[in-house]
Design a protein around this ligand. Structure first.
Ligand code: PGA
Length: 257
């Protein structure tokens, strides 16, 4: 069993000062464990100061997005080249970027490639909407998002990346996916990776579940077959709850040894 990966996505929350105070509290609460890698994804502004403050043994940092190009006349964008050295991970294709900002599968694929080109680990988010789910299209949606999202990568690059299964209807709604359904979707994702990149890549790629994860339901996903960790939004903004989720991951990793 590999390490559990717990990622906190703070989204567009916290000023720089609030983020720093929150990190301070979190560092006091969260217990380090070799079996769990914990990643914090603050906003771009907070990344630089937090990279100086963070206890690197406890937390890695991640960015919530990056641009597809490394530099140039792209007003307002932040490149993976700029994030190099500051973060280890970059989220790509979060559903809020797909459906609120309007990013396409192809743009997301170029962002994933930009992250890899700059030695950052992409966390590619995929997942069906409520309507797609009702129409029984989950498998097809996951297929399209995985095929296109990874289209610029080699099997060796896919092995090292992270995919997060995040059903859109579960994000920020409190309406979390049943652990069995999440495990089934994760299995679908792995079988697609197997068909495209071979068995080793399908076994080694880390796959997370995200969508209304909290301290009460986290354990059920973490024991599900094929689920390597969690992408946590709302619950990552409460240091007590986030520390409990990390502790749960540690306890389960211990049991699975
Ligand atoms: P949530 O968000 O945990 O608040 O549902 C998850 C995410 O957006 O990654």
């Amino acid at each position: 069993m590999g390490k559990k990966l717990i990622v906190g996505n703070w989204k567009m929350h916290f000023t720089v000062g609030q983020a720093s105070l929150f990190l301070h509290r979190l560092q006091e609460k969260v217990v380090t464990s070799r079996d769990v890698e914990t990643v914090l994804c603050p906003n771009f502004l907070a990344l630089q100061p937090l990279s100086l403050q963070v206890d690197h043994h406890k937390f890695k940092l991640g960015a919530q997005d990056c641009y597809e190009k490394d530099e140039g006349p792209f007003t307002g964008e932040i490149s993976a080249t700029m994030l190099r050295g500051l973060v280890k991970y970059v989220i790509a294709g979060h559903s809020e970027r797909r459906y609120v900002i309007g990013e396409s599968d192809k743009l997301i694929a170029r962002k994933v490639a930009a992250a890899v080109r700059n030695d950052l680990t992409p966390i590619l988010c995929v997942g069906e909407t409520e309507v797609e789910r009702k129409h029984g299209e989950t498998r097809d949606v996951l297929h399209d998002q995985v095929v296109t999202g990874l289209s610029h990568l080699t099997a060796a690059e896919v092995k090292k990346m992270v995919i997060a299964y995040e059903p859109v209807w579960a994000i920020g709604t409190g309406n979390f996916a049943r652990p069995d359904d999440a495990a089934e979707a994760v299995a679908v994702i792995r079988s697609q990776i197997k068909a495209l990149y071979g068995t080793p890549a399908s076994l080694m790629v880390r796959v997370l579940y995200g969508g209304s994860v909290d301290a009460d339901n986290a354990g059920a996903y973490l024991v599900s077959h094929g689920v390597d960790g969690l992408l946590v939004g709302g619950a990552s903004l409460n240091h007590h709850v986030f520390a409990q989720i990390v502790a749960k991951a540690h306890a389960i990793a211990e049991q699975q040894k």
